[in-house]
Write a protein that binds this ligand. Structure first.
Ligand code: HSE
Length: 296
């Protein structure tokens, strides 16, 4: 065993349990498909203990395997628990809360053999797209470009994200299957222009630029098959003061951006009226801290 690995092992003996808080995220923000992401002030808390526990779900074992391969550390038995406010398969980055919780937790317990950038890359690789992994680890608004280091901007605390969370799940692979393999030049250039406006708005804090910039021609029009009331809910939010709205990640949550908490309430009521079924409303703000180790 190399000196580095031996040190890591000794450190791991000092602490046998760790908790990691990871924010939920909203991705795409309309035209920024697979690139834009934003961390929300809702989170899941993962606890990892270095002792054998019940059999682990496949997502947990595949993530742990990737950590042990990436760090070069021999696999160690561990037990795992997760709790929190981020629902599964609703387009709020729940799988990233699981994966980052495991990657960061195991990293902490083994003496941090992998850098934060390395943890991001492992998570993005496991996900297959980096747009939730980037805000999950860094917080704020992020622009992810495959496995390269993402660009990040802090988000103002007065903005509110009004989430309409339907009572049904959408699996990301299914939501990717309904998209065409190629799109027209006109659709691509409209998306590029609006995505540039969104990046400029978050980079400068001039959020009024966002009005009218969340239109998308690449994925949302095709995903209305899975969520037929998408446009109606966004339009209802916009009619009552939202700067805009989008399908959160691959859905099923729909997110509208309110300029402040006063307008958020009104926007939430009109979004709810426009949606059939028993959707839940959650009003939250941005998280600018990202994933973090919680000391007991
Ligand atoms: N960008 C992905 C999609 C979801 O819309 O399919 C989040 O990674």
């Amino acid at each position: 065993m190399s000196i580095k690995k031996k040190v890591s092992r000794e450190k791991s003996l000092a602490s046998s349990s760790v908790a990691v808080s990871v924010p939920g995220t909203t991705a795409n923000l309309g035209p920024g498909f697979d690139a834009f992401g934003l961390a929300l002030d809702i989170s899941n808390l993962t606890t990892i203990s270095l002792k054998k526990g019940p059999p682990l779900p496949p997502m947990v074992t595949s993530t742990a395997l990737s950590f042990f391969l990436g760090s070069g550390i021999d696999s160690i038995p561990f037990s795992w628990k997760i709790k929190g406010q981020v629902p599964q398969a609703r387009g709020l980055g729940s799988s990233v809360t699981v994966r980052l919780g495991i990657l960061m937790g195991l990293n902490e317990l083994t003496g941090r053999p992998i850098s934060r950038e390395g943890i991001f890359r492992l998570c993005a690789e496991l996900e297959g797209h980096p747009d939730n992994a980037a805000p999950g680890i860094l917080g704020g608004f992020t622009i992810a470009r495959s496995l390269r280091d993402p660009i990040r901007y802090k988000v103002a605390s007065d903005l509110r994200f009004v989430l309409l969370i339907p009572d049904f799940e959408i699996a990301t692979p299914a939501a990717r299957k309904v998209m065409p393999r190629s799109i027209s030049l006109a659709d691509a250039s409209a998306n590029a222009a609006d995505a540039a406006v969104i990046a400029a708005a978050f980079a400068t804090g001039k959020y009024s630029l966002l009005k009218g910039a969340f239109g998308d021609r690449l994925h949302q029009p095709y995903r209305t098959k899975l969520i037929p009331f998408l446009n109606k809910v966004i339009e209802a939010g916009e009619a009552t003061g939202a700067l805009g709205g989008w399908l959160s990640g691959s859905g099923s949550t729909i997110c509208c951006l309110a300029p402040d908490s006063l307008s958020a309430k009104k926007i939430s009521l009109s979004m709810k009226r426009a949606a059939p079924g028993r959707a839940k409303i959650l009003i939250t703000s941005a998280d600018n801290s990202g994933a973090r180790i919680i000391n007991f």
